[in-house]
Design a protein around this ligand. Structure first.
Ligand code: AQP
Length: 330
């Protein structure tokens, strides 16, 4: 029996190369050795305001990105979170054993409410990690492949699983976070101190669907460090180190070899080389994506099939949970 992997992405804006290098690229590789379930987490997306029409379009868009990137529906399950109501049902049960204090400590909640009145922050945003815990625990997940920013949420998932099991008896498997060091935290092009983020300005990220000239321009304008040397040194040269990581992950070349290749050459030449690598890598992906976009029924069929497959697992787990907590069965 293969071990189970679960992960998801919110349909809340254009996906960027940070989402790809930190998550999706690893998922594609994991498919051959694990039993994989990949979700489009639309109920997570609505924890911040979404335009309904855009949400519908982006939900299908994320599924197309999974497929175009190489998630194979013959090997892995792809589905949409809201199509399996057990996710929200389990989230409610887990809410009853979650503590306000531990949710307040989540750095993503703090980051997303920074500078705003906490009184006006949405209860859904506050509760986001509990829904994520439900996503993971429903499927006896062994590993959760995510970027570094999600580590704390997986830790909380473990805390909730342990608490539930202690109180009601062994029910949930203890999931482990799976983070690949390279790519776990791709930084913003305009701010190498912070992670690349889809809610930042467009100069911060390279969207997976950006056109070649946009990609070249964004890389050209990316901030650099003092000096001229192309050297991997995250402390002293955070901007160049970030660009080197991106180069390494898209080209497959070792960082040492890239440093040698650009020895004695300036930042300008390095950036031109990087733009070429990124554009070449994304070209077949984008072609596949735009083909899929023309045939929404094809993707919808895969999502419907996926929801049917996972529903069997989720409903069984929820039956067990209801019984454990003492819900009357009629
Ligand atoms: N900069 C990043 N580097 C590496 N991995 C990243 N991820 C996100 N940003 C980076 C990983 O991508 C997956 C998608 O997670 P999400 O849809 O929940 O988005 P997010 O974590 O909230 O981050 P985004 O995409 O930048 O959105 P905003 O701007 O809303 O915060 C996760 O596995 C995440 O770790």
């Amino acid at each position: 029996m293969k071990k189970r992997i679960f992960s998801g992405i919110q349909p809340s804006g254009l996906l960027h190369i940070g989402n790809y290098l930190g998550a999706i690229k690893n998922w594609v590789e994991l498919q051959k050795d694990y039993d994989c379930i990949f979700c489009v987490v639309d109920y997570h997306a609505i924890t911040v305001p979404q335009d309904p029409k855009t949400l519908t379009k982006e939900t299908l868009g994320i599924a197309n990105i999974y497929l175009a990137a190489g998630i194979d529906p013959k090997k892995s399950i792809i589905f949409v979170q809201s199509h399996v109501p057990e996710h929200t049902e389990l989230a409610w049960v887990l809410n009853t054993i979650s503590k306000m204090g531990e949710l307040y400590r989540m750095t993503q909640f703090k980051d997303k409410t920074q500078g705003k009145e906490q009184e006006s922050a949405g209860a859904g945003l506050f509760d986001y990690p509990v829904l994520m815990a439900a996503d993971i625990l429903l499927y006896d997940t062994e590993f959760v492949p995510v970027g570094e920013d999600q580590r704390q949420h997986v830790e909380l998932t473990r805390t909730l699983a342990r608490r539930f099991n202690n109180r009601f008896g062994e029910t949930f498997k203890m999931p482990k976070v799976l983070i690949k060091e390279a790519g776990a935290k791709i930084k913003g092009l305009d701010d190498p101190e912070k992670k690349m983020s889809k809610s930042a300005s467009s100069a911060n990220y390279i969207a997976l669907l950006d056109k070649p000239d946009i990609i070249s321009n964004k890389i050209k304008k990316a901030v650099t460090d003092s000096g001229t040397e192309i050297k991997f040194d995250p402390e002293g040269k955070p901007a160049i180190s970030n660009l080197l990581t991106i180069y390494h992950l898209f080209s497959g070349e070792e960082i040492k070899d890239i440093e040698v290749k650009f020895q004695g050459k300036g930042y300008g030449e390095f950036k031109e080389g990087l733009a070429e690598v990124v554009i070449d890598y994304l070209k077949p992906f984008q072609k596949k994506f735009f083909e899929l976009e023309k045939n929404p029924d094809f993707t919808k069929k895969i999502l419907k099939q996926g929801a049917g497959q996972v529903r069997k697992i989720a409903s069984k787990k929820m039956e067990e949970v209801r019984e454990k907590i003492g819900v009357l069965d009629i």
